[in-house]
Design a protein around this ligand. Sequence first.
Ligand SMILES: Cc1cc2nc3c(=O)[nH]c(=O)nc-3n(C[C@H](O)[C@H](O)[C@H](O)COP(=O)(O)O)c2cc1C
Length: 179
Amino acid sequence: MIVIVSGTDRTAARTTGVARMVEQAVAARGETTVFLNLQTLPAGIFQAAHYGRPPAEFAPFQKAILEASGIITVVPEYNGSFPGALKYFLDLLKFPESLRGMPSAFVGVSSGRFGAVRAVEQLEMIFQYREAHIFARRCFFPAVEKLVVDGAIQDEFIAGFFESMIQDFCSFVRKVRLP
Ligand SMILES: Cc1cc2nc3c(=O)[nH]c(=O)nc-3n(C[C@H](O)[C@H](O)[C@H](O)COP(=O)(O)O)c2cc1C
């Protein structure tokens, strides 16, 4: 089972649409998927007392991560980095078992020209720290407002790159970790 994390809690985030495209592309390769949308984190999740003791409503998020054979995180660029909600989500996950040995891939989304490359590279450092297996190929969606229209990628090169990245990540997951 591959988990797709939509890495922001912002209302009407374009990241959610890209994450749904990722989910469809993974499912098209015959993999089961779980979609974790940070917009649906439990109300009141951001509380000082939750470090190390997340509320019961967080359990489905934690369970999906522990059961995953791979994770694809779709991340927008906010202020040259990734959203604080995503860092908080990672900080709530059990240490060290949640990400250790986890095949992990990243997709970046931005309205700017760089497609969240900074956000992806900063996240890779964190996943590396957590001993995940980082999939080397990343896909970037710059100028996402124009690049993705009605769930379709308008640029032929990026569309082909995206499909091959998802295909190869699914193979990577099968090689690196048993389902
Ligand atoms: C708080 C915030 C900071 C942002 N900072 C950047 C940025 O540094 N670079 C950039 O290209 N876009 C930036 N954006 C625009 C997002 O990339 C844009 O909203 C895009 O659609 C992806 O984010 P979304 O999933 O929230 O829609 C920012 C958006 C927000 C809400």
